[in-house]
Design a protein around this ligand. Sequence first.
Ligand code: IPM
Ligand code: MN
Length: 358
Amino acid sequence: MSKKIAILPGDGIGPEIMAQAVRVLDALGEAFEMERAEVGGAGFAAHGHPLPESTLKLARQADAVLFGAVGDYQYDTLERALRPEQAILGLRKELGLFANLRPAILYPELAGASTLKPEVVSGLDILIIRELTGDIYFGKPRGVRECPDGPFRGQREGFDTMRYAEGEIRRIAHVAFQAAARRDKRVTSVDKANVLETFQFWRDIVTDVHREYPDIALEHMYVDNAAMQLVRAPKKFDVIVTGNMFGDILSDAAAMLTGSIGMLPSASLDASNKGLYEPSHGSAPDIAGKGIANPLATILSAAMMLRYSLDKAEQADRIEAAVKRVLQQGLRTPDIHEDGTQRVSTEQMGDAVVRALA
Ligand code: IPM
Ligand code: MN
């Protein structure tokens, strides 16, 4: 039976970059069944909810989900439950996508695009593994209430709950050690054990899981230090594993080391390697419709999807090689353009990847 891919373009530049990824998938000559659905602001506009029931149903049925990006100015004033971001949070939670893999790789052709000195970032190849369905993102209770104590007693206060269950920490630690086994065999677990109970517990559990992986080196690092090391000497890292909130912040920093967040794919996996694949960047509504968005992060996300969820590693390799080739040819969307390279549109970049596949 042919594999089914749910195509969720979303908002802003989402539809433009997704169109190019779909062309690349079509060009592989595989008989994938691709079905589209609205999500984010587009979901709200069409069905009154950022994650419509029909979209969630499709995502559940599919073997994998390819996701563009969500969010646009006109939805910023909606109540929280209806905002576009709820679509991606809902999909992660409903599909149990607890393991978020965010590689940060510097392509040699793009070394000049980084804001850091070339010697600091050349050859960079790190993998951030972010826990994606727990932590303060989903912890309850949360809300606004009357402050019960202290000098501000009686005023309103906002509050959230940071929490991690043992099993949640164990399963993401296993993902990290197993990923490191296929790389340079080093894991840095990032926490705030000096201040937070949740993350002292995290450190204890990760240390315990590590006993099953004697070949992997484990180091613990506080998140503030990790942020500093990421910009000071990023190549010292191999695999970084951390919680939902710290991972959100550190992965944006790591992405920017490579010069363009427009290049970086990501995978969000459940326990059976079913997954959602999306570019690491957002919906960039300011440049939507102009034909200047970089489709490569979405095209590379499709490659990750082939490798992790669809059992087509060879086709994934073909796409990644094609992307390398177009970079070598000097083709650049404006976000990665430098003197001496050729500026191309979103669609021309898609054309070039399709041609390089042949
Ligand atoms: C990300 C995004 C999301 C997050 C938002 C859009 C909810 O920033 O995927 O990193 O915070 O996880
Ligand atoms: Mn983020």
